[in-house]
Design a protein around this ligand. Structure first.
Ligand SMILES: *Cc1c(COP(=O)(O)O)cnc(C)c1O
Length: 408
């Protein structure tokens, strides 16, 4: 009998993403069974009492918990180095529930301004109705967090790299200034990051002192453009509040979506590593093209925050944004549209993080209906094309962009 035991947390990310905590000795299926059920039978009424007393091993109803969903939560927590994880029906369900678990009427959130469009609209349109105020800190002046924080501040929220301009926010600086703000206010402030763009392969927020991570699992974690899901990660105390809020808000993950995510995670490290490599190669190939005015990629030495990116990222991710200038067309936005319309491999579609390369024009998609001032704050210009680099042969992608740029 093999007596050898290993701590799953000691293993590499790739191994954790494949095996989770199901290591020797473990008897059961090799792939993940789908518990496609809304509810669970109690063995007897004692079982119901055990559940009511808080025994987490008793399954009751799939909005509360489901074994397929639970396995994915355990794997994600292990992969990301968190005590606990909660899986949701979407990234926005994860983000909204994470916020409502930490803030209520009268409370305040301090956020960096360049946010995912859905989060920005949630903050702008929904939080005021709940009496929660969001104020925006200049990412170049993170020290002002200390003067902005009040007795009502509950969350300091940020994204890095940002969408779509791929700006970099200094994670250690956010944590440091929030901890100083806590000394002033005398209460705990949750530092929360949306780590969707970088993923845990490229950026480890917990190691930098962040308290909670939210992610759209629809993107790199899912990776195949076939599942919508989200996750919140953090310590047990906060996650118990998130799970309790999740019961009421109802954004629970579906078992089949959880299964797809679990399957995708097995190749997470392979996919994202290749996306990092392809993005770097494509960014280099497009930088210097006569019709490309700027390439935004944190891995390029020309990126204004390349040094910070190098400090806090182990890879620079699969997102590259280019700004094109018009030659044949009448304006930069028309040039961006013409390029997207002439690509034959890269797909013109919203979303990101899948194995297929996608392009989108921010002013026509994620940042539509924003005024000039909002666009400026988000760092969005009209000639921008956001590229979510996939895992295709990079020489094919370079050739595709070169031929399509002829139409700019
Ligand atoms: C897509 C995305 C979200 C929202 O996730 P959904 O799964 O679409 O709800 C949040 N943050 C970022 C950075 C995203 O890219």
């Amino acid at each position: 009998m093999n007596k050898h035991r290993i701590d799953p947390a000691s293993l590499s990310l790739s191994t954790r993403a494949i095996h989770g905590n199901k290591l020797f000795p473990y008897r059961g299926p090799v792939s993940l069974p789908i518990y496609q059920t809304s509810n669970f039978r109690f063995e007897d009424s004692e079982d119901a009492i055990r559940y009511a007393k808080g025994d987490p091993s008793v399954y009751v109803y799939s909005r509360y918990n489901n074994p397929t969903v639970r396995d994915v939560e355990e794997k994600l927590a292990l992969m990301e180095g968190a005590e606990e994880a909660a899986l949701f029906a979407s990234g926005m369900a994860a983000i909204s529930t994470a916020v409502f678990a930490a803030a209520s009427s009268g409370d305040e959130i301090i956020s960096t301004p360049a946010l995912y469009g859905g989060t920005y609209r949630f903050y702008r349109d929904e939080l005021p109705k709940a009496g929660i105020r969001v104020s925006y800190v200049d990412p170049e002046r993170l020290d002002t967090i200390e003067s902005m924080a009040t007795a009502k501040t509950r969350i300091v929220y940020f994204e890095t790299p940002t969408n779509p301009a791929l700006g970099i926010v200094d994670i250690e600086a956010i944590v440091e200034h929030t901890r100083r703000a806590e000394k002033k206010t005398g209460h705990k402030i949750l530092v929360m990051i949306d780590n969707t763009f970088a993923t845990i392969l490229n950026q480890d927020p917990f190691a930098a002192g962040v308290d909670a991570v939210v992610e759209s699992a629809t993107k790199y974690l899912g990776g195949h453009s076939d599942v919508v899901a989200g996750v919140v990660l953090g310590d047990k105390e906060y996650l118990s509040r998130v799970k309790s809020a999740a019961k009421s808000h109802g954004g629970c993950a579906d078992p089949f979506a959880a299964y797809l995510l679990f399957r995708s995670l097995k190749t997470f490290e392979l996919r994202v590593r290749r996306q990092n490599e392809n993005a770097m190669t494509l960014a280099r190939a497009l930088e210097g093209h006569p019709l490309v005015t700027r390439v935004f990629y944190p891995g390029l030495p020309s990126h204004p925050a390349h040094a910070t990116a190098k400090k806090q990222m182990t890879g620079f991710g699969g997102m590259v944004t280019v700004e094109v200038r018009n030659k044949r067309t009448a304006s930069p936005v028309k040039a961006a549209a013409a390029v997207c319309d002439h690509l034959t491999i890269a797909v013109n579609a919203m979303s990101l993080g899948g194995v297929e390369t996608l392009v989108s024009i921010p002013v026509y998609s994620s940042h539509i209906n924003m005024n000039e001032e909002e666009l400026r704050r988000h760092g969005v210009t009209s000639g921008m094309i956001r590229i979510s680099v996939g895992v295709e042969g990079v020489e094919d992608l370079i050739a595709d962009f070169h031929q399509a740029l002829e139409y700019a």
